[in-house]
Design a protein around this ligand. Structure first.
Ligand code: SAM
Length: 346
């Protein structure tokens, strides 16, 4: 696995204007409850030192990674990075600000695979100032971090070059669609964790659900399912296959494997204030993300009109009556200590 160190990256600031949020919005359409996000960043200081990696591919006014071109179907531009930030905030609300569920005491090294902008890796580095945190990704889009956090450009789908027993924790978040061989991924993480180290996956299968029985087959659902099917055809599962990962982790040798599922409403239809708030972020996530999906579908040769697909899907996303939601799953497992494992299994 080729690794390229990224030494520094620009800082990024997000401004959330709460004054346009409307928690008590009671209309059937969620379009009036969207809040605006502005971003002030540029990747220019990165591109000066790593221009060969930032030789991006542009298509339909969106930017894609050039390293291992085509291995990730979604863009890596500002719009996509803003979406990652929205998801980060949404998940922070969901998990009450917790970054992980695994019990970590004095972790030595933490690996964040598919780190994106590096926001989780950076937060972990602040939380554990004596821990070395490494974030890896196909795209050099990481933003400023504390000194104990570094980034590398790597394809996690390759064989891993990290030494055995190296990490205290390996983490992924929304990496579904980026890995062709999850069995190998679990074998590699198992090998690279030290005994009692933790693997923790935070993943959202690409599937839209409704708890209104009148909405079981709507354009948004069909779009997301088509994206998921295409990705699976390319060998990159990103749908409900994740519900089989617990068994794969156990087969790789992990113990104390647990799976926790959450509901992420789309929009402000739930009753509880917290779910409404989560739903508002998920609404933005879906509205922003749908273009990347539609373009990926066209890019894979499907005969659809992407604008029509986006318009219909956005109408569904904003329809409160549809009571739509996505799911989020946290899977975690521990590499057993040597004394827990039979010699043949070590
Ligand atoms: C949806 S983003 C999530 C980013 C980050 N984990 C977060 O939660 O903010 C997925 C990221 O995984 C990266 N990725 C996909 N496949 C990968 C692979 N095989 N190896 C390394 N990174 C990968 C993509 O480039 C993208 O930045």
């Amino acid at each position: 696995m080729a690794a390229v160190k990224i030494l520094s990256s620009p800082s990024k600031e997000y401004y959330f204007s709460n004054d346009v949020m409307d928690i008590n919005n009671s209309s059937d359409d969620d379009s009036d409850s969207i809040f605006s996000i502005q971003t002030s960043s540029s990747a220019s200081s990165f591109t000066r030192t790593n221009s060969h990696l930032a030789n991006y591919r542009y298509e339909n006014n969106r930017r894609y990674q050039s390293y291992r071109e085509g291995n990730w179907l979604l863009p890596n531009d500002e719009q996509e990075q803003d979406r990652m930030q929205i998801v980060d905030t949404m998940l922070s609300l969901l998990l009450d600000g917790e970054l992980h569920l695994s019990p970590l005491s004095h972790p030595r090294r933490i690996l964040d695979v598919g780190t994106g902008t590096g926001v989780w890796a950076s937060d972990m580095a602040y939380k554990f100032p004596n821990t070395r945190v490494i974030g890896t990704d196909l795209s050099p889009i990481q933003v400023a971090t504390p000194d104990n956090c570094t980034f590398e450009i790597e394809d996690a789908d390759d064989n891993w070059l990290y030494p055995p027993n190296y990490f205290s924790m390996v983490h992924t978040r929304n990496l579904l669609g980026g890995i062709t061989n999850w069995k190998r991924f679990f074998d590699e993480t198992y090998r690279s964790l030290h005994p009692n180290g933790w693997l923790e996956l935070h993943e959202s299968p690409y599937k839209i659900y409704s708890n209104n029985p009148a909405y079981t087959d709507i354009p948004l659902m069909r779009t997301v399912t088509l994206f998921s099917d295409i990705s699976a055809r390319l060998g990159r599962v990103c749908g409900e296959e994740v519900f089989g990962f617990k068994a794969l982790m156990e087969a790789a040798g992990f113990v104390d494997v647990t799976e926790t599922r959450y509901r992420l409403p789309i929009g402000t239809w739930p009753d509880s204030t917290n779910e409404k708030e989560i739903g508002r972020y998920n609404l933005l996530n879906c509205l922003d993300g749908i273009e990347g999906f539609a373009l990926a579908i066209v890019g894979q040769g499907e005969n659809i009109d992407p604008q029509e697909m986006m318009d219909e899907a956005r109408k569904d996303i904003l329809n409160k009556r549809a009571r739509l939601y996505t799911t989020f799953i946290i899977l975690r497992g521990r590499k057993p200590a040597a004394c827990e494992v039979l010699p043949a299994q070590r």
